[in-house]
Design a protein around this ligand. Structure first.
Ligand code: SF4
Length: 244
C-alpha cells in the first residue's frame, strides 16, 4: 500500500512512499519491488502527492511519531523528496528503514541536521542473528556488517546521545526458522541494539518460503520482549502482488 495512514491511538502517522527498486532486491521473502517506481517522474509525482497528504494530516491531527517506508532504504530516496520531507519532520520522532550499508556516522549526523527530528529511529531489516539463516534468505548482510552496525550505534550514542536509536527487524513464522532461533535473535539484538520489532512473515506468492504458525508461547515472548509485534494483517502490507 502506498499513501498515508494515521493511527489515532498511537498518534502515529505512517507514510509509505514509492521508491526505486531496492538496490539489493534479492531477499527471497520480499516483493516490494513490485510497487517500485517505473521512472523518476513516476516516483516524484507520486511521492510529492503522498507528502502533500501527510502535510495535511500533520496540520490537523496530533502526530507524535512519523514512520516512513519506501520499499527499500530511506537513503535511496531522491534528494528532492528528502528536502520536501524535511518540511514535515522537524521536532517530531521520525522512524525510517534502511539496509546497514547505507549507514555511517556522517550519513546519520547529516540526516539529523537536515530533517531535525527530536528522535531518529533507524529500523534495520536484519531478520535473524544467525548468519546461516540470513544466507538462506539471501539477505546479503554478514556478521561483520552486524558488528559494524553495533559499533556505529556505540559511536552515535556518544555523539548524539539518545537522539538516535537502532531497531532490528526480525522475522518469525517462516519455514526453516525455529522458534528457539527467533528467541535467540530477539535476545541478541535487544542486548546490542535499542530494541526489536518482530514481523510475522507473510507469503505473497508461490516460490517464496512457506508460512508457519507461531505458538502462543512464542507470541507471548515476543509481546513482552519486543517494541512491537507486527502480525502483517493491516492494509499497510497489501502490495500489488497477489497472495497464493
Ligand atoms: S533489503 Fe529489504 S527491500 Fe531490499 S529486497 Fe531485502 S527485504 Fe526487500
Amino acid at each position: 500500500m502506498l499513501g498515508v495512514r494515521y493511527d489515532s491511538e498511537k498518534h502515529r502517522l505512517t507514510v509509505i512512499l514509492k521508491g526505486f527498486r531496492c538496490s539489493w532486491d534479492q531477499c527471497i521473502f520480499c516483493c516490494f519491488s513490485e510497487e517500485a517506481a517505473k521512472n523518476y517522474r513516476d516516483l516524484i509525482e507520486t511521492d510529492l502527492e503522498i507528502l502533500r497528504q501527510a502535510g495535511k494530516i500533520l496540520g490537523q491531527r496530533e502526530v507524535r511519531e512519523l514512520v516512513l517506508f519506501n520499499g527499500g532504504s530511506f537513503f535511496e530516496l531522491p534528494y528532492q523528496i528528502v528536502l520536501r520531507l524535511s518540511e514535515l519532520t522537524a521536532h517530531r520522532d521520525l522512524a525510517v528503514e534502511t539496509r546497514p550499508e547505507f549507514l555511517s556516522e556522517g550519513a546519520v549526523l547529516e540526516t539529523l541536521q537536515l530533517l531535525k527530528p527530536s528522535k531518529l529511529t533507524l529500523r534495520v531489516g536484519l531478520e535473524s542473528a544467525s548468519e546461516k539463516i540470513r544466507v538462506r534468505f539471501r539477505k546479503g548482510i554478514n556478521d561483520v556488517q552486524i558488528k559494524e552496525l553495533i559499533n556505529l550505534r556505540g559511536k552515535l550514542r556518544r555523539k548524539a546521545e539518545d537522539r538516535v536509536r537502532f531497531i532490528a527487524y526480525i522475522l518469525f513464522g517462516v519455514e526453516g526458522v525455529t522458534e528457539a532461533s527467533v528467541k535467540r535473535s530477539v535476545n541478541f539484538f535487544r542486548r546490542y541494539l535499542d530494541g526489536v520489532t518482530a514481523i510475522k512473515y507473510r507469503r505473497y506468492k508461490a516460490g517464496m518460503p512457506r508460512e508457519t504458525h507461531p505458538s502462543q508461547k512464542l507470541l507471548e515472548f515476543l509481546r513482552t520482549s519486543c517494541e512491537e509485534v507486527d502480525m502483517t494483517e493491516s492494509e499497510l502490507w497489501e502490495i500489488t502482488a497477489r497472495r497464493k
